[in-house]
Design a protein around this ligand. Structure first.
Ligand code: A3P
Length: 324
């Protein structure tokens, strides 16, 4: 690991030019730094985050590989933590996208400024895609909490492919046109080598998986599929872990069910702000709500592609105890 503190702003550009580079699904460059493939257009934000962020003990950091359920986790965490301030009917989630309420450290905050305004009332809820091993030391050293969400890597890859392609070309369904299916083939070669935004997948998930085993009070490791299967149980786990457990009274009043409904895919997707709103980057909020299902990879990848990728993933995760 190269500590970011050693890379100063004035020689950053020069330093970035020395990094190995590969192409993302859409042809945009990814740069390899500290065993992570960063999108070239946001690596400055990632570096600045690692250099300059100072965690507070009350912070909540939501971490993930892109397209693993980050938007959902943001909505759930925001709702759990702010439920004494807003009832689900008055939730800011009704008029603001989850990504505005819980900004990305690398992209929304530190890409724009080396010293962004982080002066919001505690607990600050922030998110990142950076691997655990590359997080700013103060996150690892402080008592702040980290919640990680991961997802079946085949669903994650398909979701990422559609997201990245839509960003440039508006293609809605990658397997419906031959040119995009050849693109998915090409991109698939890359992910088999771990070349994808904030990948390799296995390094990203394993870094948090190991941390969650070593420090279960610090890192909560969640799976998208488990959230889909039993959101109530997982909301309780999340609330307890964050130090905001639901009271018996709240349970009886159905508060957990209300939060789960508020944050559900169907509810969020149909809100005006998420249907027609646009992020400051120009990205449509609707891009973060596609199908919200498990197993969609079967509609986009051939069985042989899936088998090949599973073999690689299984090998990489072997002995860790983490399975999908
Ligand atoms: P699909 O592309 O498979 O539909 P991220 O939030 O990390 O960018 O991940 C996006 C994926 O999560 C997309 O998956 C999106 O549809 C799904 N998603 C977004 N909000 C969700 C929610 N409230 N519940 C379940 N899935 C959700």
């Amino acid at each position: 690991i190269i500590f970011m503190e050693t890379v100063k702003e004035d020689n950053l550009q020069e330093f970035l030019l020395t990094l190995p580079s590969e192409k993302n699904w859409d042809g945009t460059p990814l740069l390899l730094f500290n065993e992570t493939w960063y999108p070239a257009n946001s690596i400055r934000g990632a570096v600045s985050f690692q250099q300059n962020f100072r965690a507070q003990d009350s912070d909540i950091i939501l971490a993930s590989m892109p397209k693993s359920g980050t938007t959902w986790l943001k909505a759930l965490t925001f709702s759990v933590v702010s439920r004494d301030r807003y009832s689900p009917k008055e939730s800011p989630l009704i008029t603001a996208p989850p990504h505005e309420l819980v900004p990305f450290l690398e992209v929304d905050l530190y890409l724009k400024s080396q010293n962004p305004d982080l002066d919001f009332p505690p607990p600050r809820i922030l998110s990142c895609h950076t691997h655990y091993t590359s997080l700013p030391q103060s996150i690892r050293d402080s008592n702040c909490k980290i919640v990680y969400v991961c997802r079946n890597p085949l669903d994650q890859a398909v979701s990422d492919f559609v997201f990245v392609r839509n960003r440039v070309s508006g293609i809605a369904n990658p397997s419906s046109s031959s040119s995009s299916s050849s693109l998915i083939d090409e991109g698939f070669e890359n992910i088999c080598r771990g070349v994808q935004s904030y990948g390799p997948f296995w390094n990203n998930v394993l870094s948090y998986w190991k941390a969650s085993l070593e420090r279960p009070d610090k890192v909560l490791f969640l799976k998208y599929e488990d959230l889909k299967e039993d959101i109530i149980l997982n909301l309780k786990r999340l609330a307890e872990f964050l130090g905001f457990p639901f009271t018996e009274e709240e349970e009886k009043e159905g508060v957990i069910e209300e939060i789960s409904r508020l944050c559900s895919f169907d509810n969020l997707k149909d809100l005006e702000v998420n249907k027609n709103g646009v992020r400051p980057s120009g990205m449509r909020n609707s891009a973060f709500f596609r199908k919200g299902e498990t197993g969609d990879w079967g509609n986009h990848l051939s069985p042989s592609m899936a088998e090949r990728f599973w073999k690689i993933v299984e090998e990489k995760l072997d002995g860790s105890g983490l399975t999908f």
